[in-house]
Design a protein around this ligand. Structure first.
Ligand SMILES: *Cc1c(COP(=O)(O)O)cnc(C)c1O
Length: 371
C-alpha cells in the first residue's frame, strides 16, 4: 500500500513540487515599439543561411521518422572536432542531455553537486531524477574546485560544471577542470557543460574533449543553441565514454532529434566562416561593452561567454535599471533566481543594440546621481 493510494487524483512524486519551474528570459516589453532581446544569450548574427535553407528543405519528408541515432550528424561532429562518432549522443538541446545524464546516474538519495551561481537546469534535472541537489560555494562568482570537492561524499553520483558558466560568464582554466577530474572518485560522473565554448577565446580555456577521452567518468555537453544560432530547433550533443553513451541511449526517446534539427546542425557545421564571424563580433563587442559599462561605474564581471554580468549597488537598483532599460525596449535578464539579486545579465547584441544599452545605462546612472 503506497501513500498515494486512495488519493482523489493522480499525484506526481513529491520531488516534482520541489522544482521551481525554469523561468526563461523576458521577450517583450508592453507598450514599447522596438524590442532588443538581450535576455537569452541568443546570437545577434542569427544562424547560417545554409542552416535556414536546410530547414526549408527538410519540409519535404515531414511524414517520415528521423534517423534515430543521428548517425550522419555524429559523423560530421566527429570530423569537425576530431571525436569518435560512437562516443557522441545527440539530443533535443543540451538540456535534454543534462536531464538524461541525471536520470541515468541518480537514484533516490543520491546527490548531484553544482555551484552556487551555476546554471539552474542542473538543479531541476537532479530533482527530477529523484536526487538531492547539493550546492558548492563559489569564489568571486567563479566555480571553485576545492569547494566542489568539499561537497563530494559517498552519495555523490554526478557533478555539473558549466564552463564558462551562465549567468556569471566566469570560467575555469582547463588545468583546474583537470584537477577536479583527477580528484573526483572514479564512480562520480563529471559533466562539463561547454555551451559557450566557442566564445571562450581565452588561452587557458579548453572545452574538455581531452579530459573525456582519457577518463571513464567525464562527459562534455555542447549545443547548437548559442553560437550556431539554432536555439529554436533544439539540438545539442555530448561527447562521453562509450558506457555512458550506452546508458543514456537506453533511456532517451528513440527519435529525440528531429530531421530538421539534424539537417540544420549539419549545414551549420559546414559554415565555418559564419562561426568565425560570430566569434569576432562577440570578441569585439564583449570588450567594448565591458569597457564602456565599467567606465559608468557599474561592476562588470570578466566574461568568457556572449554575455556580461552587471552588478548594481543593490537589488533595488538592479530592478530600477531593469525597468529603465525595458522602457527603452532593451530587455536584459534578471538573475535573482541565481542568487544574484543585485545583478542583471546582458547578452552581447548587434552594434545598434550594444550602443543603445550603453547610452541607456549612462542615462540611468545620470538620473541616479541626480536623485
Ligand atoms: C544555453 C545553455 C545551454 C544550452 O541549452 P540548449 O538546451 O542546448 O538550448 C546549456 N547550458 C548552459 C549553461 C546554457 O546557458
Amino acid at each position: 500500500m503506497t501513500k498515494t493510494e486512495g488519493a482523489a487524483r493522480p499525484l506526481p512524486v513529491p520531488a516534482v513540487f520541489r522544482i521551481d519551474p525554469y523561468v526563461p528570459g523576458k521577450s517583450s516589453a508592453p507598450g514599447v515599439g522596438r524590442i532588443y532581446k538581450l535576455s537569452s544569450n541568443e546570437t545577434p548574427l542569427g544562424p547560417s543561411p545554409r542552416a535556414k535553407e536546410a530547414v526549408r528543405a527538410a519540409a519535404e519528408g515531414l511524414e517520415a521518422y528521423p534517423e534515430g541515432t543521428a548517425r550522419v550528424l555524429r559523423m560530421s561532429i566527429g570530423a569537425k572536432f576530431g571525436l569518435e562518432p560512437e562516443r557522441i549522443v545527440c539530443g533535443a538541446g543540451s538540456d535534454e542531455i543534462l536531464h538524461l545524464l541525471a536520470s541515468a546516474y541518480l537514484g533516490p538519495g543520491d546527490e548531484g553537486v553544482f555551484t552556487e551561481h551555476g546554471f539552474l537546469v542542473y538543479k531541476i534535472a537532479i530533482l527530477a531524477a529523484g536526487g538531492a541537489p547539493i550546492v558548492a560555494k563559489e569564489t568571486k562568482v567563479t566555480a571553485d574546485v576545492d569547494q566542489i570537492l568539499a561537497k563530494v561524499g559517498p552519495r555523490t553520483k554526478i557533478v555539473f560544471l558549466a564552463n564558462p558558466n551562465n549567468p556569471t560568464g566566469t570560467y575555469l582554466p582547463i588545468a583546474e577542470v583537470e584537477r577536479l577530474a583527477d580528484a573526483l572518485p572514479q564512480n562520480v560522473l563529471l559533466v562539463i557543460d561547454a555551451a559557450y565554448a566557442e566564445y571562450a577565446t581565452q588561452a587557458d580555456y579548453a572545452a574538455g574533449e581531452s579530459l573525456v577521452r582519457a577518463r571513464e567518468n567525464v562527459v562534455m555537453t555542447r549545443t547548437f543553441s548559442k553560437i550556431h544560432g539554432l536555439a529554436a530547433i533544439r539540438l545539442g550533443w555530448c561527447y562521453a565514454p562509450e558506457h555512458v553513451c550506452d546508458a543514456i541511449n537506453r533511456i532517451r526517446a528513440p527519435f529525440n532529434t528531429s530531421t530538421a534539427a539534424m539537417a540544420a546542425g549539419l549545414a551549420s557545421l559546414a559554415d565555418a566562416a559564419h562561426i568565425e564571424a560570430s566569434i569576432a563580433h562577440n570578441d569585439q563587442w564583449r570588450d567594448w561593452l565591458s569597457r564602456e559599462i565599467a567606465a559608468l561605474g557599474i561592476e562588470v564581471t570578466p566574461s568568457a561567454g556572449n554575455f556580461l554580468l552587471l552588478r548594481f549597488r543593490g537589488a533595488e537598483e538592479a530592478r530600477e535599471a531593469d525597468a529603465f532599460l525595458t522602457a527603452r525596449g532593451l530587455i536584459l535578464r534578471a538573475v535573482a533566481a541565481y542568487g544574484l539579486p543585485d545583478c542583471l545579465r546582458l547578452t552581447v547584441g548587434s552594434e545598434e543594440a550594444n550602443r543603445l544599452v550603453v547610452a541607456a545605462l549612462a542615462d540611468f546612472i545620470a538620473t541616479r546621481t541626480k536623485g
